[in-house]
Design a protein around this ligand. Structure first.
Ligand code: FES
Length: 111
C-alpha cells in the first residue's frame, strides 16, 4: 500500500551526508539526484553494470525493469540500482561517492 507522492516528489537523503533531493515517482533516483545537482556513480544507466549500486536504509523503491542486475539476496538486503529505481516513499540511501555535480554549487556561499 503506497502513499501518494508529495508534489515535488519523495524526499531522499543520502546517509552520512547532508545531501538531499526530491524524487518524483516516475523518475529514476539517478536522474532525480542529477536534477538536484548531485552526481551519483553511474555507467550503463540500464540496470546491468552495477556501477550505481546503493542500499536503502529506510523507505521503499521499485525497479522500472523486471530483472535489474541484483541477486534475490541483494534485493532482500536492500541493495538497489538507482539508474532504474524509483522512489515509492521517503528514502534514506547509502551510496558511495555521491558528489555535487560540477555545474551546480550546492555550497555556494557569500563572496
Ligand atoms: S549505471 Fe549501470 S546498473 Fe546503474
Amino acid at each position: 500500500m503506497s502513499e501518494e507522492a508529495p508534489a515535488a516528489g519523495w524526499p531522499v537523503r543520502l546517509a552520512g551526508s547532508d545531501q538531499r533531493f526530491d524524487a518524483p515517482p516516475d523518475v529514476s533516483l539517478l536522474i532525480a539526484a542529477r536534477a538536484a545537482g548531485l552526481r551519483l556513480p553511474s555507467s550503463c544507466r540500464n540496470g546491468s553494470c552495477r556501477a550505481c549500486i546503493g542500499q536503502v536504509e529506510s523507505g521503499e523503491v521499485v525497479h522500472s525493469i523486471e530483472w535489474p542486475g541484483l541477486s534475490r539476496e541483494e534485493k532482500a538486503e536492500g541493495w538497489i540500482l538507482p539508474c532504474v529505481a524509483q522512489a515509492r516513499s521517503a528514502l534514506v540511501l547509502r551510496i558511495a561517492a555521491a558528489q555535487a555535480a560540477p555545474n551546480h554549487r550546492a555550497d555556494a556561499g557569500p563572496g
